[in-house]
Design a protein around this ligand. Structure first.
Ligand code: G3I
Length: 354
């Protein structure tokens, strides 16, 4: 009842003036806005989360937004749980940055989507610069999973166990894992994580699977195969990194989320951001606005979709400009902390309809 009253209050405000949730922070925006997680919760208890990198925790402004649980109900450590961060030298584990990530989430009452264990990227040199046998690489994999998963046991809502294992044509990506161990590395990884943390939800997470194409069909086949083998896989994350000119429609996303859900897993959008060409053009900001809203609506309209995570919320800290030349401004807040039209479009998408 309390949430319904809150929503009705918001609706009554109408137009551009929004009611402030009780713990809203003084964002230096043109108006005070309702938090996205509070609104998302009104939609059958879903969460709205964000990725966050521990390197920004000394930015008190950014941290106050990150830790506003009206705004975000879930946090994904952006980099600190990756292999190069947690086991930079063989057998030497460093959890300092990741512990800080988890601590900040816990302080804010946010759940943690733990990210990520077996990926071709974010690997330290000691793995990529030598040749392994099948046996030695499996042993290295199990030791890493055992140490990391045990360290965070009980603190992860979910683990992105295998990340980005499929090529655009639907075949297996030829990673060090695939080339050395064979496709069996995938089931092995899930079995190992289930062994060391039986309570975490185990996800397959990938990009480019947000509309039906060969890659998506490959990912569907992969998850289906794991399920048929009795491997514990609980969820699929569709990442959602979109240049405005190449984003899936609302219908595409509903279809894909449902196709994965039909395999008997929960689904989530795990890394949403929408990048525009720099310098920014008004038309592309309008496209960005619609794409953000469509993604959130798609999740809300698929019963098995439990939440949406944005891959950061503040443009200056986005991964995009450093990786995708000519693109940027992918997040919900501009550098001057003004909320973008995409923010308000998400609010409108989330407000209960009559
Ligand atoms: O921490 C080191 C620092 O010590 C070093 O001096 C510096 C020099 O390059 O690099 C720093 O590490 C960088 C790290 O981000 C932390 O800032 C890496 O080079 C850089 O490659 C890394 O980029 C991250 C990327 O994944 C690769 O791990 C991005 O921040 C992160 O947003 C991005 O996130 C990925 C998801 O995990 C998976 N899906 C796609 C998504 C976007 O690419």
């Amino acid at each position: 009842m309390k949430s319904v009253a809150f929503a009705v209050g918001l609706l009554a405000m109408g137009g551009t003036a929004f009611a402030a949730p009780a713990s809203a922070l003084d964002y230096p925006t043109n108006s005070t806005r309702p938090g996205l997680n509070s609104l998302m919760k009104l939609n059958d208890g879903r969460y709205f989360g964000t990725a966050a990198s521990a390197v920004h925790f000394n930015d008190s402004k950014w941290l106050s937004v990150l830790q506003d649980s009206d705004m975000f109900g879930s946090m994904t450590p952006e980099n600190s749980q990756k292999w190069e961060a947690t086991e930079p030298e063989r057998g030497l584990f460093d959890f300092a940055a990741a512990d800080l990530n988890v601590q900040k989430a816990q302080e804010a009452g946010q759940m943690v989507r733990c990210h990520t264990l077996i990926w071709y990227n974010g690997l330290p040199d000691w793995i990529t610069s030598q040749t392994w046998t099948n046996e030695t690489l499996i042993a290295v994999m199990e030791n890493h999973i055992k140490e990391v998963v045990t360290h965070f046991k009980g603190q992860c809502y979910s683990w992105d166990v295998v990340n980005e294992a499929v090529n655009d044509d639907g075949s297996y990506r030829e990673t060090i894992w695939y080339n050395t161990i064979g496709p069996e590395y995938i089931a092995m990884a899930y079995n190992m994580v289930a062994k060391y943390d039986p309570d975490a939800k185990l996800y397959y997470n990938d990009y480019g699977i947000e509309f039906i194409n060969n890659k998506t069909l490959g990912a569907i086949a992969l998850v289906k195969d794991l399920k048929e083998k009795g491997v514990k896989v609980d969820g699929v994350g569709i990442q959602g990194h979109y240049p405005v000119v190449l984003a899936p429609s609302y219908e595409d996303q509903v279809e894909v989320l449902q196709r994965f859900a039909d395999l008997g897993v929960e689904v989530a959008t795990t890394e949403l951001d929408v990048f525009v060409e720099i310098p920014e053009k008004v038309e592309q900001v309008a496209m960005q606005t619609a794409i953000y809203a469509d993604s959130v609506r798609a999740c809300v309209d698929v019963p098995a979709c439990i939440g949406v995570t944005v891959w950061g919320f503040y443009d200056p800290y986005s991964w995009v400009p450093g990786t995708v030349p000519g693109y940027g401004n992918a997040d919900l807040f501009w550098a001057n902390w003004t909320a973008k039209p995409a923010y308000d479009a998400i609010v409108n998408a989330l407000l209960p309809k009559e």
